[in-house]
Design a protein around this ligand. Structure first.
Ligand code: BJW
Ligand code: ZN
Length: 247
């Protein structure tokens, strides 16, 4: 079959989404890029340019240097608080869809999506690294400064408070993963947006839909390992493409 032209691909995706009865949207860091949140695998800027995000997002990094890791997450939380959802988040929120996100920001919620499934946790739910109790939401705002910051201690057991995110080697929250897989299995259309598709098990979610006969549409300026599972690959940015295909 001749590859469809770009406008034809956009029209095809829009028609598939308009006709979907059970629509799922799976998002990654590229979804929030145009809001001003750096993607995970982009070179970090400023002070953090010396660090590899993949090396900071581990339990071992927190054990070795809790202030470095806590400072990085506090800097990111404050950055997210200063920005807002983009036209892509808003387009997603206008449709009745199950939103599954790998992002630890809250931009889907702030755009109006109801109960997005957070596979990798949140910047806003710190917890004790010892007893696991919720540590209370961090104070809104902050200096926006870069650099190490000593994490608070748990008021029950004095262990250090850690970010409420899922690091490499840690299990995803069971209920979130179960809900995500169930939604993907039942979806007639799944739109995957702004994820490099290299982190598992999240990367397997589009395959669940494709293998069970659903249609997968991808929105990403770059090719990814998910390309072969996608009926339509739209090579563009989320904030431009999503409003064109979700009407
Ligand atoms: C745009 C755009 C625009 C730019 N518009 N698009 C099977 C095979 C191999 C390995 C494993 C496996 N199963 C488990 C593993 C180990 C590991 C893993 O996957 N490793 C691989 C990297 C090799 N997985 C785990 O450890 C997971 N746990 C687990 O499986 O437990 C059981 C187990 C443990 C050990 C062994 C086996 C089993 C946990 C994974 C947790 C991931 N956590 C992080 C950090 C969260 C906190 C934080 O944010 O700091 O989650 S890592 C990081 O990657 C973050 C992201 O959510 C995640 C995915 O990244 P994402 O969203 O795709 O972002 P990028 O930056 O990679 O890509 C951005 C994309 O956007 C690009 O494609 C751009 O082109 C695009 N883009 N601008 C649209 N405007
Ligand atoms: Zn504790």
């Amino acid at each position: 079959m001749e590859p469809l032209s770009e406008p034809a691909q956009l029209r095809a995706a829009a028609a598939l989404i308009a006709g979907a009865e059970r629509l799922v949207v799976l998002t990654g860091a590229g979804m929030s890029a145009e809001s001003g949140v750096p993607t995970f695998r982009d070179a970090l800027t400023g002070l953090w340019a010396r660090y590899d995000a993949q090396a900071l997002a581990t339990p071992e990094a927190f054990e070795q240097d809790p202030a470095l890791v806590w400072g990085w997450y506090e800097w990111r939380r404050e950055l997210v608080e200063r920005v807002g959802p983009n036209a892509g988040h808003e387009a997603v929120a206008r449709r009745d869809a199950v939103v599954i996100t790998q992002n630890v920001d809250d931009l889907h919620e702030r755009a109006g999506s109801k109960n997005p499934i957070h596979l990798h946790g949140s910047l806003f739910t710190p917890r004790c690294s010892g007893c696991g109790r919720a540590a209370g939401a961090p104070a809104v705002g902050g200096a926006g400064t870069e650099g190490p910051r000593t994490p608070p201690s748990c008021e029950h057991c004095q262990s250090l408070v850690r970010p409420g995110v899922v690091w490499f080697g840690e299990s995803l929250p069971v209920d979130a993963l179960e809900k995500a897989v169930e939604a993907a299995a039942n979806a007639d259309v799944l739109v995957t947006v702004g994820t490099s598709g290299v982190v598992h098990p999240a990367a397997e979610i589009p395959q669940v839909t494709a293998k069970l006969g659903g249609t997968v549409i991808q929105v990403n300026p770059q090719p990814t390992p998910l390309d072969p599972f996608c009926a339509v690959n739209l090579r563009g940015p989320a904030a431009t493409v999503l409003p064109e295909i979700i009407r």
